[in-house]
Design a protein around this ligand. Structure first.
Ligand code: F6P
Length: 367
């Protein structure tokens, strides 16, 4: 295997707190080995759509460029969750959409810029793309990112802890207003098809009902729980609903479908709120936390694992590894094949102790 002289890093999919910390760790660890480091703009766009960028799509990452960014949300090199180069949508003159594979242009971009290896920071979608590029001959190490925590083979992804901390503090604030007005407050959180954010936030923020994609719910049971609380003198209730939750026998609520990107979820909170008000007669309100969960400074936990993941990714390349993802396996990080990490989504296991804890605390899942 040829010696590494120049590496690239990219960040793909929805942003997550900790991306800049990963970038900083990768850059410093790479520079300390005498390697050059470049950031690819907006996922892979900088490589196969260079004309969009005044700098040609690649950002030279120097020590100065990554100074003071560990605590910043977002990503200094940009990201995108549409336009997968392997399935790129092109709209023809007749308005018809064709899906084309532009991976050879991406590979050409790596060769043109003499990039020896890529550190791909992303969730299941971005890491699946990275895995395909590896099969085409690129040296790749992945870093698991997503507030959803739905990536397999790692105990946790970075960004998740920050999303949880923020959502829990929102629940803390909502309790007092719910109590003051004797209302039901429904809080919709992101998480796509996995209920990790809703479950953990709901327990930490002392919700009465938690609705997650893994447990289809019966709204009558939710209403019954609220009425049972009323009989016990509790005139306000808190409901946390994951954006991917659905009624028994029902469908997920999709906010939008666009060509070339995953369906956008959202709206279940509104629906559940209306149904609860109708069935219980109690005034109900919905709060959608949405993208607020992705913003802000990473928590200490997320900063630390982001820095550890970034440094570990560089060590992996230095040791000649490729096609692996850095994974948290306390007390250490280890490397797992990208193929395995992207094979299936990590959903909440129904028999895990967190679900059992919620049930022991009397929290209703609507089942
Ligand atoms: O995967 C992260 C995530 O925030 C999901 O929780 C959510 O469903 C999705 O991204 C939202 O994507 P967008 O930013 O395109 O609305």
């Amino acid at each position: 295997m040829s010696k590494i002289k120049r590496i690239a890093i990219n960040t793909g999919g929805g942003d997550a707190p900790g991306l800049n910390a990963v970038i900083r760790a990768v850059v410093i660890a790479a520079l300390n080995r005498g390697w050059e480091c470049y950031g690819i703009r907006d996922g892979y766009n900088g490589l196969f759509l260079p004309e969009r960028y005044p700098d040609g799509g690649l950002m030279r990452l120097t020590r100065e460029r990554v100074r003071g960014i560990t605590h910043l949300g977002g990503t200094i090199i940009g990201t995108t969750n549409k336009g997968n180069p392997l399935e790129y949508p092109i709209i023809g003159k007749n308005g018809k959409v064709r899906i084309v594979d532009r991976s050879s242009e991406v590979m050409r971009g790596f060769r043109k810029h003499r990039i020896d290896a890529l550190i791909a920071v992303g969730g299941d979608g971005s890491l699946s793309i990275a895995n395909e590029l590896e099969k085409k001959g690129l040296r790749v190490v992945g870093v698991p990112k997503t507030i959803d925590n739905d990536l397999d083979k790692t105990v946790v992804t970075f960004g998740f802890d920050t999303a949880l901390s923020f959502a829990t503090s929102c629940l803390d604030r909502l309790h007092s207003t719910a109590e003051a007005h004797q209302r039901v407050m429904v809080v919709e959180v992101m998480g796509r098809y996995a209920g990790w954010i809703a479950l953990n936030t709901g327990i930490s923020g002392t919700a009465d009902v938690i609705l997650i994609p893994e447990i289809p719910f019966d709204i009558r049971k939710v209403a019954a729980k609220i009425k049972e609380r009323e009989r016990a003198g509790r005139t306000h209730s808190m409901v946390v609903v994951a954006e991917g939750a659905k009624h028994v026998g029902g469908e997920r609520v999709v906010a939008a479908k666009e060509i070339g990107r995953a369906e956008r979820l959202g709206g279940i909170g509104e629906l559940v709120t209306r149904q609860i008000q109708e069935m219980t007669g109690r005034e109900s309100r919905v709060v959608v936390l949405g993208h607020l969960l992705r913003g802000g400074s990473p928590t200490t936990f997320d900063r630390l694992i982001s820095l550890r993941f970034g440094a570990a990714a560089v060590r992996a390349l230095d040791e000649g590894m490729s096609g692996v993802m850095v994974a948290l396996d306390p007390p250490t990080v280890r490397y797992v094949p990208l193929e395995q990490a992207t094979r299936r989504m990590k959903c909440v296991p129904l028999d895990c102790d967190t679900i059992l804890t919620a049930r022991d605390l009397g929290i209703c899942f609507g089942d």
